[in-house]
Design a protein around this ligand. Structure first.
Ligand SMILES: NC(=O)c1ccc[n+]([C@@H]2O[C@H](COP(=O)([O-])OP(=O)(O)OC[C@H]3O[C@@H](n4cnc5c(N)ncnc54)[C@H](OP(=O)(O)O)[C@@H]3O)[C@@H](O)[C@H]2O)c1
Length: 344
């Protein structure tokens, strides 16, 4: 039975799993492909992706995370046009402004992102807008790291006025619910929350990337919500890939960019021992263990994957001591960079 959690102190109840729509079609633009697929394989993938989303909704998932730039909205649009539960779904959408090399926040980007999503998703309201500020004038390698923090933080005071004003207008129109930040770094997250404009945070949170743990304590104190992005670290923290040896040679996780992540994983396994349940389930439970986490934004690309995601939500989650232990170790060793994961 799916479990639901309150988004901070609000009246929004989200399922513990939020369907991440970044990878579930053959047209997904943020996915690195190792081999070319013919039309038949693409169609099979799309059929499976469709069944995956339908299984998630049937299993009690009431939250979908999407973005206009994932290249997968067409499938959501297709399914949701007819789906009996479409009015019960809480949508989280990504909105980016200013982007890397842009100069400042553009209110029209916010408005267009919301209007496009309402139309494409056949929705009356977008429950959560996830704001990503990658600029102004911050190259990609810096926008995910401390190197870009100062420029992004310095732009906050000029940005928050028009951001708040536009969001409030959309809220008055009944089109949006909550605004959260997608900070990329914990330093920027602190500064963004200090503005008082955001109702919560979406950030990477998994065994290899646990840096948000102290932030979760703050969110809990302040009654704000948290969405844990990529709890399986793009499929690395699963039974299929937890042991790198034996992966087929086409698997992306064999690429050199994943070396530091597997080295860290080895240290974590030495520190905490092997879980007494499958790794996929344990990794998901790790990300659900803090009560400030409202929902995990995870990609399930097949019915089997979705079923495993749903089964992990049984209310029995690791202790705070375990979270602290992993967090302390990763702080000590150093967390791998976040920017290089796309295209690896
Ligand atoms: N990654 C980011 O940087 C990012 C940024 C912004 C937003 N998001 C949002 O977060 C969502 C999740 O991110 P993500 O896809 O990168 O990471 P993720 O959810 O941690 O990993 C998903 C991958 O794990 C594998 N998987 C899923 N369920 C499984 C299961 N039960 N058993 C075994 N393997 C399973 C699948 O890979 P295989 O099919 O290859 O095995 C799947 O593509 C996205 O859809 C998007 O909505 C992500």
């Amino acid at each position: 039975m799916m479990r639901y959690r309150q988004f901070g102190n609000s009246d929004l109840q989200l399922s513990e799993i939020c369907f991440g729509a970044m990878r579930f079609t053959s047209t997904a633009s943020h996915v690195t492909l190792t081999e070319s697929h013919d039309r038949e394989q693409e169609e099979a993938q799309n059929r499976e992706g469709r069944r995956a989303l339908e299984a998630a909704l049937a299993g009690g998932v009431n939250c979908i995370h999407s973005s206009g730039d994932y290249g997968t909205r067409w499938m959501l649009s297709d399914i949701l046009a007819q789906h009996p539960k479409r009015k019960e779904i809480h949508h989280v959408i990504k909105m980016t402004s200013p982007d890397y090399e842009e100069g400042g926040f553009d209110p029209q980007v916010l408005r267009d992102s919301v209007e496009d999503a309402l139309r494409d998703l056949h929705a009356d309201r977008i429950a959560i807008v996830q704001h990503l500020q990658r600029g102004p004038h911050v190259p990609k390698a810096e926008a995910y790291a401390e190197a870009g923090d100062q420029r992004r933080i310095d732009a906050l005071p000029d940005m928050v006025g028009p951001l708040q004003e536009t969001f409030e207008a959309l809220r008055q129109e009944g089109k949006v619910g909550h605004l959260i930040t997608f900070p990329h770094t914990t330093g920027y997250a602190t500064a963004a929350l200090d503005t008082g404009v955001y109702d919560g945070v979406a950030h990477f949170f998994n065994l290899i990337e646990p840096e948000a743990l102290p932030l979760l304590d703050r969110l809990k104190r302040e009654g704000k919500g948290f969405l844990a992005i990529r709890p399986l670290l793009q499929g690395m923290l699963t039974d299929k890939r937890i042991d790198r040896k034996g992966l087929p040679e086409t698997d992306l996780k064999l690429r050199a960019g994943w070396d530091s992540r597997y080295a860290l994983l080895e240290k974590i396994r030495e520190r905490i021992g092997e879980p007494n349940e499958p790794w996929t389930r344990f990794a998901l439970k790790f990300a659900l263990a803090h009560e400030a986490v409202t929902s995990l934004v995870a990609s399930g690309n097949s019915v089997a994957q979705v079923e495993a995601l749903l089964e992990a939500c049984d209310g029995q989650y690791p202790s705070r001591e375990l979270l602290d232990s992993v967090h302390a170790l990763v702080e000590e060793v150093g967390m791998p960079p976040k920017a290089d994961l796309f295209g690896l």
